[in-house]
Design a protein around this ligand. Structure first.
Ligand code: FES
Ligand code: FES
Length: 155
């Protein structure tokens, strides 16, 4: 098994795993980045969402080989110098979670949205977040948090 180099949260990592190992298990089991959650394991729920080269991907369906030489961001990599990302801050202010299981995936989808569209409409927010399931039904507060984060990062 050859080592696979992946840049995770800005740090070069050498992963020893079969190339088809899901990125989710590498993140959680090898790198102890357990903020990324296992929900359905089939690409349906979004709990395992991370950013690969800035784009949201389902890490349960992404083979680690697909991340070779690329940048992966997990929820642990969003804070900078002890300051939470504006999307994280907005989720906290809006209390946009109950159990919190979907939260890291939601936050990463929102970060990706605001990375490509700084002023999303309500419909665009709902559309961008529609692949992430919240079993607690916190959707209105999640949408409010994304709207607030967009306002905060606009200027
Ligand atoms: S665990 Fe990956 S989409 Fe549900
Ligand atoms: S807060 Fe529980 S699944 Fe979303």
């Amino acid at each position: 098994m050859e080592a696979i180099a992946v840049i995770v949260n800005g740090k070069q990592q050498r992963i020893t795993a079969p190339p088809d190992e899901p990125l989710l298990w590498v993140l959680r089991d090898q790198l102890q980045l357990t903020g990324t959650k296992y929900g359905c394991g089939e690409g349906h729920c979004g709990a395992c969402t991370v950013l690969l080269e800035g784009k949201p991907v389902r890490s349960c369906l992404t083979q680690v080989a697909a991340a070779a030489g690329k940048h992966v961001i997990t929820v642990e990599g969003l804070e900078q110098n002890g300051t939470l990302h504006p999307v994280q801050q907005a989720f906290l202010r809006e209390e946009a979670f109950q159990c919190g299981y979907c939260t890291s995936g939601m936050i990463l989808s929102a970060v990706a949205l605001l990375g490509s569209n700084r002023t999303p409409t309500e419909e665009e927010i709902v559309h961008a977040m529609s692949g992430n399931i919240c079993r607690c039904g916190t959707y209105p507060r999640i949408v409010a948090a994304v709207r607030e984060a967009a306002q905060a990062t606009k200027g």
